[in-house]
Design a protein around this ligand. Structure first.
Ligand code: HPA
Length: 233
């Protein structure tokens, strides 16, 4: 059985999946890190692969950018394919001065400007948090690798090009460490559907200083969060 967006057969996707936004990043990860690779998806070019990493079965697939796209893929992965651990690996923009390019931010919670959570019809707000065990293990892994990391709230935003150029400053005041566009929807889907999720980000730009990584520098930063994520498999 396939879904509208994933053509894999049941059983072709591993219990743990790494989720970069860019499907070509998923391909590069499969090419460089996995053995015995099988491609399970190419619908909409949202490439997905399952293979072995140090003998353990793991999948990797793109999610596209933004919460609607992340929500579609994470929902189908959990609900239809029974995926248990979903680990987003992505880039984020720093909202605080002490966050430098290449730093790692492991999300402890996600705030949002999205209405995604309204679908549950609750008389309040649902908390968007990662799985505690995955979070703990990621921190141990980063520690063991000697990588510099931060843990805190991320802002999952629906807007990349905000009309109000200073809008992010209000979120800076809430203590959010960085801005990205997917974690909130991933955390809510995982919580509601009974899976574990985590979001590991590398800082690719700073809204505070205006600096940003080149494409090549992004690759290197990605390698660091990849190592942390692979340690969770
Ligand atoms: N905004 C939103 N998402 C991002 C950014 C940003 O500045 N950088 C990387 N992902």
């Amino acid at each position: 059985m396939a879904t509208p967006h994933i053509e894999a057969k049941i059983g072709e996707i591993a219990e743990t999946i790494l989720l970069p936004g860019d499907p070509l990043r998923a391909k590069a990860i499969a090419d460089h890190y996995l053995s015995d690779v099988v491609q399970f998806n190419h619908v909409r070019n949202m490439l997905g692969y399952t293979g072995l990493y140090k003998g353990k079965r793991v999948s990797v697939m793109g999610t596209g950018m933004g919460m609607p796209s992340m929500a579609i893929y994470s929902y189908e992965l959990i609900q239809v394919y029974g995926v248990k651990n979903l680990i987003r690996i992505g880039t984020a923009g720093a909202l605080q001065e002490n966050l430098k390019l290449h730093d790692i931010v492991v999300a402890q919670a996600a705030s949002t400007d999205s209405n995604f959570g309204k679908q549950y019809g609750l008389d309040g707000e649902i908390a968007a948090i990662p799985d505690f065990q995955l979070l703990l293990n990621a921190l141990k892994e980063a520690e063991a690798l000697g990588l510099k990391y931060h843990v805190g709230t991320v802002l999952s935003s629906d807007v990349f090009y905000h009309i109000d150029k200073d809008n992010w400053r209000k979120w800076q005041k809430t203590g959010a460490l960085c801005i990205e566009m997917e974690a909130y929807a991933l955390f809510l889907n995982a919580a509601y559907l009974g899976a574990a999720a985590l979001a590991i980000n590398t800082i690719s730009d700073s809204l505070v200083t205006g600096e940003q990584l080149s494409q090549e520098e992004r690759q290197n930063s990605y390698a660091d969060i990849m190592k942390v994520a692979m340690g969770l498999v």
